[in-house]
Design a protein around this ligand. Sequence first.
Ligand code: C5P
Length: 228
Amino acid sequence: MTWAIVPAAGRGTRFGGERPKQYLPLAGRTVIEHSLRAVLSHDDVDGVVVALSPEDADWPGWREIGGKPVLTCVGGAERADSVLAALHALPATVDADQWVLVHDAARPCLRAQDLARLLQIGQADPVGALLAAPVRDTLKRADDLGKSQATEPREHLWRALTPQLFRRGGLTRALEAALRAGVRPTDEAMAMERLGLRPCLVEGREDNLKITTPADLALAEFLLSNGA
Ligand code: C5P
């Protein structure tokens, strides 16, 4: 039994606009509906818990998608708080050893093949796994004035994507430990790494983009409408 968690309690302030970015229209649906359908599309995924902002006025109240249960909980101030709230809101039948997928509400272009590979590789790993993409650009370290000060070697550097796959108990403990220590992990793998654990990097498609700017939305529209 594998459940998914979709943190959707962010305000999407970098995007601008009235409505949180996960509710913007995209290829005939909303951003979040694409993300939920993508993560629920695999036969091994039994249901999803969505963490919502208490001020959310846009959630359409889904109870199921494609015959799979959709539960909700109230998210928190940071992404890690929202994921932790969703971990606590999983059905009691999901025991501590079971795998949980965490997928951003704002990543609507996840492909079925990437999800299948993540599940296959991650479930065979003692720690778990995340989709990620190797860094392809040359990386510059800036000084305080925004001048290029040094070039960082890009070997061994990856961009973390989602979904990320961990066991319910291990991820709960790792996020609680991070928050207790005052660390605000920006993804789930970061919380695991802090404890000396080494999640497996599963190379995923570059176009599994996180909608952050209007240009991302336009690109996602193209990808989803053209089957690109
Ligand atoms: O802000 P960012 O784009 O990194 O957010 C990634 C995901 O985490 C989004 O789906 C967002 O809705 C979610 N999030 C959340 N609770 C927060 C902040 C972000 O669920 N407090």
